[in-house]
Design a protein. Structure first.
Lengths: 112, 112
């Protein structure tokens, strides 16, 4: 079945460590996105990529980095520079034109 | 002003009630509009796309008003299972820009 896979579902890290969240899609979508959601809040855009080897900052890119070396993969690294990294991270992809977003199941990151 | 704004809610309604949500957007160039549903601690799931002429899917009706820059979602004959947070999503629509932005969400609770 086609879809988006995020791993792991839960991730625990110590403060000061970088951590990379995985996102893979087999939908053949060009665009991929990373969002962050805090409790009781909406989704905020971290980074997005429209094509391989290209990505754009969203509203809250500070403390995060991404790469898009393959169409299927868009990993997100949460660096030690991110001051409040504990959150629910959602990866999404979409086709061209006026297509909707398709989401993975999300990764809950807890940093202590 | 936020790019995408929603009624914050919460909306608490009895079963069988009709409830309407609004979402305003600030970018007049926006081209794509969607409503998503998000259950607690889950990823958002597409409820429906919003077309210029308005569209209906069973008990759900979506409308777009470009002149006033808002979209709406109407739920008729509310069910207990409709309890969730409803998110509107808007493509910024700038040429070559594939940016998708979310409202903060409106929480709906349907009670027996």
């Amino acid at each position: 079945d086609g879809g988006i896979t995020q791993s792991p579902k839960y991730l625990f890290r110590k403060e000061g460590q970088n951590v990379t969240l995985s996102c893979e899609q087999n939908l053949n979508h060009d665009a991929m996105y990373w969002y962050r959601q805090d409790p009781g809040q909406g989704l905020r855009l971290i980074y997005y990529s429209q094509i391989v080897n290209d990505f754009q900052k969203g509203d809250i890119a500070e403390g995060y980095s991404v790469s898009r070396e393959k169409k299927e993969s868009f990993p997100l690294t949460v660096t030690s520079a991110q001051k409040n990294p504990t959150a629910f991270y959602l990866c999404a992809s979409r086709d061209r034109g006026h297509s909707p977003l398709h989401f993975g199941n999300g990764t809950r990151l807890t940093v202590t | 002003r936020k790019e995408v704004e929603q009624d914050p809610g919460p909306f608490n309604v009895p079963e069988g009630a009709t409830v309407a949500f609004n979402c305003t957007y600030s970018n007049s160039a926006s081209q794509s509009f969607f409503w998503y549903r998000q259950d607690c601690r889950k990823e958002p799931k597409l409820l429906m796309s919003v077309y210029s002429s308005g569209n209906e899917d069973g008990r759900f009706t979506a409308q777009l008003n470009r002149a006033s820059q808002y979209i709406s979602l109407l739920i008729r004959d509310s069910k207990l299972s409709d309890s969730a947070t409803y998110l509107c999503v808007v493509n910024r629509g700038i040429s070559g820009n594939n940016d998708m932005r979310f409202g903060a969400g409106t929480r709906l609770t349907v009670k027996p």
